[in-house]
Design a protein around this ligand. Sequence first.
Ligand code: ADP
Ligand code: MG
Length: 293
Amino acid sequence: ATPTALLVGTGRGAQLGILIKGPEVLESTRAVDTIVLDKTGTVTTGAMTLHDVITADGVATDDVLRLAGALEHASEHPIARAIAAAAAEQTGPLPAVESFTSVNGKGVHGVIDGRAVLVGRESLLADWSLRLEGALAIAKTAAEQTGKTAVAVAWDGRVRAVLVVADTIKSTSAQAIAQFTALGLTPILLTGDNQAAADHVAAQVGITEVIAEVLPQDKLTVIADLQQRGKTVAMVGDGVNDAAALAQADLGLAMGTGTDVAIEAADITLVRGDLRSAADAIRLARKTLGTIK
Ligand code: ADP
Ligand code: MG
């Protein structure tokens, strides 16, 4: 294509809410055959809410919300926002946190009122030699089978509760995925979240390939493995967690509604945070450059 055609293509993209970093990006956009989609914030809205609190025997819901809420107040994770917001609303002002540590892809822990508190997934519990048992384990499995995410709350060496959070699938996601398939792309859902929740979301939007329970630092490896197998890979994401994978992909697309880190790492920004814009971008590249090499 001539420089003029590339410039026109890039300009047309801007009109469609597709910000393309440079004219050379159109070439990788055209060549893509696989599209990897982050779940939370990309396929789903990323705005989580607290659905349920299941407590161990003798544990008060208020105490769980107060301690978990105070700890999560210091985290920017969508799960943390849901828990902190519900706690502030249901229990009033949250206690001060004396120390705070965030464990990427696992959860958070810290000290509140002299108590060692942790909120996170089972692998975080395991790091503290704790595990979910009985009614709490059952509650977790039940929540995950309906696409929700369950995190555990523990303090002073005992698991005290399970918190169930969930967000909603964007109304445009299923349509976008149908468009990817029509364009001949293979969509793959990639997430740090549990397998059952990921499978549930995938089924709702028409994705058959799911790679779940992937630690943030391993998202990049998943992309590299696909490339090793000869795929030309686009990755769509929104989080800090997605930045390395966005940079590794042949084409990185960031949700305009996402974090600055993701936007900086990507080749294209989908201004409206609408997944259908990714299909528009591929159509635009094919039209601008022609579909035949
Ligand atoms: P995703 O790829 O869906 O954005 P993350 O890698 O950010 O997922 O997190 C993976 C999992 O780690 C979450 O589903 C949750 O179980 C746990 N987790 C991460 N951060 C937190 C937090 N602040 N509070 C509780 N759990 C968390
Ligand atoms: Mg995300």
